[in-house]
Write a protein that binds this ligand. Structure first.
Ligand code: ADP
Ligand code: ZN
Ligand code: ZN
Length: 744
């Protein structure tokens, strides 16, 4: 049956969280059409289920239209203002399209959970005030017993003569339950009042520092760009005072009544970072990150969305938060991989930030001590303004580097003796030492010394990691499989099973043995699960006195260790040997980030790296000439190989129980590419993924490289949407990753 425009004169296009690339159309009555607000919620039927969606478009009868099926009417409109403004919807739609993700999923991902569930969006809030303690007959109502908790609550409310909002009272320790109890007794009453979303004018709580010459140039350039689009790469070594540049640029934006969005990596949102922003400005500052409860998230989001909050500090998803007064975007540690979402909606918050700033016509500042090659390439092309801070701010000096050759060095527990000696000297001088090893657990391999058997994950191409704490077990770090530790070799029954290599836990044991008189603080995923373990680390890091901090890359990011004078990096060889063409870039970034923790206070820092490949050209350039020289050389190599950022990449991965199905499907995908246009791409593969088996599935991929981003984009859309609809053998799962960051 074909229906025509006459059958559906009024329609709306709705985003709902289903795996369909397009918006879905529904029929509305003329009254509903009138009332429907773009960006507000609507309840609609989908596959016999009621779903909550966002209205993205309204279409009236003047647009020609034929549909092969009849449109369904909506269930109800939500009486609420737009939750997303047009600008934000536009950015979300762009991102969905660019990353080949279903638009409904994308838009609803950006909505706080409570609103996704269809619960009301409050613009009114509960207020509470004291009543005269008499009933209608004039008899006195008894107050709660003096000294009781309820009495204290009553006294708190009494302080607010005209009443106070429930959230203010909650914050001052009066629970909602207590309010209800007091209301039941007739001592207090509630009333509804609009929430005050007017922004608080910004005040400085702390004077800005005197910017040095380099900072001054950077600050002035960013300030000058306020009110229009310009992208900046703030390329400054660790400790060069990038944060001060952000703060002074933010100040000007706030003075102009703008909102500022500050993005930080997943684990960079430390109390230290938040403190620095809060200490400078007296204004509404909110945090948006994955650790919030649903109601905390809604509250923070609403502050941002209404324009109440002026500074929004968040992790990657915050890039999609509606911000009506947005005037400046800052993305700190822009090279950090946590800006790229690695599953489902595989967006890169840095690229979305650039697009959003452009649409909004506001400046965007990407900051890093180790800029991504993508950003350096934009600088080369003069699409991004390069701001450099080459010197450390204040009095701290950059650290010095030294390589230790593990092939010839005398070793104890995998640590070079000279490294142990240097640690000892520093501790004896009362200094703090940071020991970095990017591997958690006790040992990466459990091996039988009789026959060479190794404990492997039955579901992945990987060894199981040996853990002793909190439980003695073997763990797969790729699929979370857990197994008991065998007492004898399953292959030859020998009981000579030995841990090979070291993770953080084993290094901790060795260090304890070597330096029994000094405190050791370990930071990795296993220790930070225990509450207040970070707390302890901070407390110690800000107090002088010898100590060892030991950990994975969690230690390296965003944290300050003012008393650390020595950084030791135990194992980076894996990064030098990887097949991923981005591995050298990542390894160099990691080394520089870890090294940046040294000597941030008064003492000059040193960095010791031990490696079996000390002559590796990457290491040599990096430590003798610095990150900029390293990046320049590596970029030249990428240019010769025409690898990203010189070409644009997309990756399709297939996963199934049978690697032949994967390869067959990807082969077909490559073959039909020309049916969808004439964009020239180079296909690499299909080939088995570097980790061919993971969590019980075989994985293979096809990498595509193209010199035009736009052309690739256009043809990929048609091709991918067709591919996605093809019937597939068995459980063959396919995903697409635009601008992939990892070839795992
Ligand atoms: P980055 O973010 O580049 O690693 P920070 O902003 O953390 O650097 O600055 C490093 C240290 O230098 C901080 O203690 C900061 O207070 C100090 N600092 C920054 N700018 C100045 C300045 N202009 N004068 C004096 N000290 C400064
Ligand atoms: Zn054996
Ligand atoms: Zn596994």
């Amino acid at each position: 049956m074909t229906t025509t425009v006459q059958d559906h004169p009024y329609r709306i296009r709705v985003a709902i969280a289903v795996f369909i690339f397009d918006l879905i159309e529904y029929e509305v009555t003329p009254e509903q059409f009138e009332q429907a607000t773009i960006g507000a919620r609507v309840a609609v039927p989908f596959m016999n289920k009621k779903m909550i969606g966002i209205i993205v478009e309204k279409i009236d009868c003047h647009v020609a239209f034929t549909q092969p099926f009849k449109l369904k009417p909506i269930i109800k409109l939500f009486k609420e203002p737009a939750l997303f403004d047009q600008q934000c919807l536009h950015v979300l739609s762009w991102a969905a399209h660019y990353y080949q993700s279903p638009i409904g999923e994308v838009i609803l991902t950006a909505l706080p959970n409570i609103l996704r569930q269809g619960r009301p969006y409050h613009l009114l809030s509960y207020y509470w005030k004291i009543l005269e303690p008499h009933n209608e007959a004039g008899d006195e109502i008894k107050l709660p017993k003096a000294g009781s908790k309820l009495y204290a609550a009553y006294q708190s409310i009494k302080l607010h003569k005209k009443g106070a909002s429930e959230s203010i009272l909650n914050m001052s320790g009066v629970s909602t339950n207590q309010l209800k109890q007091l209301e039941k007794r007739g001592l207090v009453e509630h009333f509804m009042q609009p929430i005050d979303f007017s922004p608080t004018p910004m005040q400085l709580a702390q004077m800005p520092l005197d910017a040095n010459a380099e900072q001054d140039i950077a600050i002035k350039k960013i300030r000058k760009a306020l009110g229009k689009y310009e992208s900046f790469l703030l390329d400054g070594i660790t400790g060069s005072g990038k944060t001060e540049v952000y703060l002074q640029a933010i100040q000007t934006a706030l003075e102009r009544n703008k909102q500022v969005l500050v993005l930080v990596p997943e684990i960079g949102l430390t109390p230290q970072t938040v403190e620095r922003f809060k200490a400078r400005f007296l204004t509404d500052t909110i945090l948006l990150h994955s650790g919030l409860t649903d109601s905390q998230r809604l509250q923070a989001w609403q502050q941002a969305q209404t324009g109440k909050a002026s500074i929004i500090l968040g992790t990657r998803l915050a890039i999609f938060c509606p911000l009506p007064r947005l005037g400046l975007i800052i993305l700190d540690e822009e090279h950090d991989l946590s800006y790229k979402q690695q599953d489902m909606f595989r967006y890169h918050a840095r690229d979305v930030a650039l697009y959003r700033a452009f649409k909004q016509q506001c400046p965007v500042v990407l900051g890093s001590a180790t800029p991504s090659f993508e950003s350096l390439y934009l600088v080369q092309q003069q699409k991004m303004t390069h701001l450099r801070l080459k010197h450390r701010a204040g009095t701290a000096k950059p650290p010095s580097f030294k390589l230790i050759d593990l092939k010839s060095a005398e070793k104890q527990h995998g640590l070079a003796k000279s490294l142990i000696e240097t640690i000892r000297q520093q501790l004896e001088k009362g200094q703090q030492v940071l020991v970095f090893i990017n591997r958690r657990g006790y040992a990466p391999v459990l091996m039988c010394t009789s026959c060479g058997w190794q404990a492997d994950c039955p579901r992945c191409d990987a060894h199981l990691t040996l853990h002793y704490h909190p439980r003695a077990q073997l763990q797969c770090h790729h699929c979370d499989l857990i197994q008991p530790i065998p007492t004898s070799c399953p292959s030859c029954q020998s009981t000579e099973l030995k841990p090979i290599g070291s993770g953080t836990a084993r290094i901790e044991e060795h260090l304890q043995e070597l330096f029994p008189d000094y405190p050791i603080f370990r930071v990795d995923r296993d220790t930070t699960m225990q509450s207040n373990s970070w707390e302890k680390v901070y407390q110690r890091a800000y107090r002088s006195g010898a100590a060892i901090f030991l950990g994975t890359q969690m230690l390296a990011k965003g944290h300050h260790f003012p008393y650390v004078s020595l950084v030791t990096i135990l194992d980076i060889d894996a990064g030098l040997m990887s097949v991923d063409f981005r591995a050298p870039e990542r390894t160099a970034q990691l080394i520089m980030q870890v090294a940046g923790r040294a000597g941030r206070g008064q003492v000059a820092g040193q960095v010791l790296l031990q490696s079996y490949r000390p002559d590796h050209p990457l290491l040599q350039t990096l430590i003798h000439e610095g990150y900029a020289a390293f990046a320049e050389k590596s970029l030249a190599e990428r240019k010769i190989a025409q690898l990203p950022p010189y070409r644009y990449a997309a990756l399709i991965r297939a996963e199934s129980q049978n690697d032949l199905f994967n390869l067959e499907f990807l082969q077909m995908a490559a073959q039909i590419w020309p049916n969808f246009g004439n964009t020239e791409v180079e296909f690499w593969g299909p080939i088995p993924a570097p980790m061919q088996r993971k969590a019980g599935s075989y994985r293979a991929h096809l990498l595509m490289l193209c010199s035009s981003r736009v052309a690739l984009q256009q043809q990929i859309s048609l091709w991918w949407q067709w591919l996605f609809k093809q019937p597939r053998k068995f459980e063959l799962r396919i995903i697409i990753d635009i601008d992939p960051q990892e070839l795992s």
